[in-house]
Design a protein around this ligand. Structure first.
Ligand code: ARG
Length: 261
């Protein structure tokens, strides 16, 4: 697999755009960099390719590369953030993809990239309710020519789809049912009858914010129950400590954008 990541050189928690962020609490940028570097090394050791985008001062959340774009079949759907604090990240990621020779499409609506748009087999699972606008789902369907399934998020702690649901392989996901509206829960039960159901305890350490290559699942080391369920299903689990980045509401998946050529 090919990933794009952004070193947390300027990581900070100095504003609050999700319930995890407490601008009055201490944070440690050096520790965030060490945790991020360890995550990057896990991907390299698994044989994946990792590209890096240059971090920009004044954009403390730029480390969360998953929000930088959605990339499928070499086509890039650029992003448009809900919050002004992150607005300048959109053009920065866009420029990276343009320089790398990708075809880039305008978002047109609030769209926070792979935070809310996850590829599951031939369809896109799309979150809305907090960040990505519902209208962005139709836009994604048009740009990628893949069916988009809208899922309504209802718990502010699980504000991006990738905090409540993880794609494990072509036909399996793991998710926290109560993070979704009743209708969306019914849709998920219908589409994924054999899904791994996560506990609130695991979701509360951002356990679902995991990266799977179909065999190995890289997830926060604190999500021990979820890790066990995944091993019971035959996945190899790799725990990483992302405690510092969690202070901004992010985990391994948030730090990782998949570049699908
Ligand atoms: N502080 C960031 C925000 O609230 C965290 C983003 C996490 N990214 C993700 N893909 N869930 O926007």
């Amino acid at each position: 697999m090919r990933f794009l990541m952004c070193r947390p050189t300027y990581f900070a928690v100095d504003y609050r755009i999700n319930p995890w962020m407490d601008p009055t609490a201490p944070y440690d940028t050096a520790l965030a960099i060490r945790q991020w570097t360890a995550l990057r090394q896990v991907f390299v050791d698994l044989g994946h390719r990792v590209d890096e985008i240059e971090p920009l001062p004044g954009l403390p959340d730029m480390v969360f590369a998953a929000n930088g774009a959605t990339v499928i079949d070499g086509r890039v759907l650029a992003v448009q953030f809900r919050d002004p604090e992150r607005a300048d990240e959109g053009p920065a990621y866009r420029a990276w993809f343009e320089r790398a020779g990708f075809e880039v499409h305008e978002p047109k609506f609030v769209n926070e990239g792979e935070g809310d748009l996850l590829v599951s087999g031939d369809v896109l699972l799309a979150g809305t309710g907090f960040r990505t606008a519902h209208a962005a789902h139709a836009r994604a369907q048009e740009v990628f020519g893949r069916p988009v399934i809208t899922l309504q998020l209802v718990d502010p702690r699980f504000y991006h789809l990738d905090t409540a649901l993880c794609v494990l392989d072509r036909d399996t996901i793991a998710y926290l049912p109560e993070a979704f509206s009743p209708g969306s829960q019914a849709v998920l039960r219908q589409l994924f009858p054999t899904a791994v159901i996560a506990s609130l305890e695991d979701a509360e350490v951002l356990g679902l914010n995991a990266v799977s290559d179909g065999r190995h699942v890289v997830l926060p080391s604190q999500a021990t129950g979820l890790a066990q369920s995944l091993r019971d299903r035959g996945y190899a689990t790799i725990g990483v400590d992302m405690s510092e980045l969690r202070k901004a509401g992010g985990g391994p998946k948030c730090c990782t954008l998949e570049v699908r050529s």
